[in-house]
Ligand binder design. Structure first.
Ligand code: NI
Length: 172
């Protein structure tokens, strides 16, 4: 397992739509292990493959609390089947936007279809922090960031700050 460098805002790769995964093979499972290693090292509770420079439809999460056993979950080609009317608000952060946090409102419960690391199709119903985390990560697969869910003014400030830090001209 290898800890990979994280892709940071405003890297245009974060805006790319990730491509579906064709098969679960040894190469893919190595990528999964690298993602878990990178997520735990950061530390974070979720990571999409694009965040380590591989725009494929794959994400890992672990919402176990501190002191609890690790509980890694792998979602390949995840699709949101249903979203609840009920909403919940969490303060979100992102390993690609370090040290910035903001409250985001999302559906409180989602049903997600995906392929597991066993190569089989699964359907899970998620609520609480897991529901928010999975929606955040699935957004990454579509080139969407959590700052897209906050006010335009706040978003532009964050992008400006990270663009300045990266020493690059602002993308248009
Ligand atoms: Ni993120």
């Amino acid at each position: 397992m290898t800890i990979k460098p994280l892709i940071i805002l405003p890297d245009p790769l974060l805006r790319q739509v990730s491509t579906p995964i064709e098969r679960v093979d040894a190469e893919l499972l190595t990528l999964v292990d690298d993602m878990l290693e990178t997520m735990y090292d950061a530390p974070g509770i979720g990571l999409a493959a694009v965040q380590i420079g591989t725009p494929r439809r794959l994400l890992v999460v672990d919402v176990a609390r501190e002191g609890e056993d690790k509980s890694p979950q792998v979602f390949i080609n995840p699709v949101i089947l249903t979203s609840s009317e009920e909403r919940s608000v969490y303060e979100e952060g992102c390993l690609s936007i370090p040290e910035y946090y903001a409250e985001v409102e999302r559906p409180a419960t989602v049903t997600i279809q995906h392929i597991g690391r066993d190569g089989k199709e699964h359907i899970v119903e998620a609520d609480g922090l897991l529901a928010t985390c999975l929606q955040h990560e699935i957004d990454h697969l579509n080139g969407v960031l959590f700052i897209d869910h906050i006010s335009r003014l706040k978003r532009e400030m964050v992008i400006k700050k990270f663009t300045k830090a990266a020493g690059k001209p602002k993308a248009v």
